[in-house]
Write a protein that binds this ligand. Sequence first.
Ligand code: OGA
Ligand code: NI
Length: 277
Amino acid sequence: MRFGLQVLNHGIDDGLIAEVMAVAREFFRLPAEEKAKLYSDDPTRKIRLSTSFNVRKETVHNWRDYLRLHCHPLDQFVPDWPSNPPDFKETISSYCREVRALGFRLYAAISESLGLEASYMEQTLGEQEQHMAVNFYPPCPEPELTYGLPAHTDPNALTILLMDQDVAGLQVLHAGRWVAVNPRPGALVVNIGDQLQALSNGQYRSVWHRAVVNSDRERLSVASFLCPCSGVVLGPARKLVTDETPAVYRSYTYDEYYKKFWSRNLDQEHCLELFRT
Ligand code: OGA
Ligand code: NI
């Protein structure tokens, strides 16, 4: 099973979604001096504005700026979020709450589809962290020479992506071909991440995806990542390991995985391959 699905009827209000996009766009329109205060290329920072993907590791950069925020528990992180635009904190907090609840509903459906207890994923993944990447892709004079984000899978468990309704750019790998995802009004994209691939013993696959840029229009996306806490032990669900379907992955902590992920560059071998049995 591969995901890279657009979901409608997700229960998140269209008005809230429009406000999130508006406030995100306004943030990137702030003067460079104001945004510069938030700049950091240290992936362990809980709030940072950065560029490309991992500027410390890569030799070729991508055409992307991004604001990365930790979002759970909200009361711990919101005070450090930008207070400009003035409604940033409130709008983004409301959206974070909704997206978390949606993610947990998806965990229940995914668990049941695997023949596990509905609570399996939520219980196994524990009190999860939630991170957000607000991605801004400016128009690029030579879009064929770069990416917004090159091909990757997300290292976390589940990603819910809110995309620009007007400008396409996301592509997913499907049957060996890159397929453009045309944004549907009001839809959210759900991407399975590496941890659900491991927990499902490979029955769900994390989706390979990338973002392309274009020469005349900026594009915005807001990715919400549900991530296990660092000490959580991950690996195939016991019930899914049988004589016919032996464990594909060893057990490891999320801390180990995440450190490995950020110590590499996106164009290297799939990080999950390093955790095979
Ligand atoms: C991401 C991502 C895709 C996009 O932030 O991990 O894949 O369309 N974003 O911005
Ligand atoms: Ni991604």
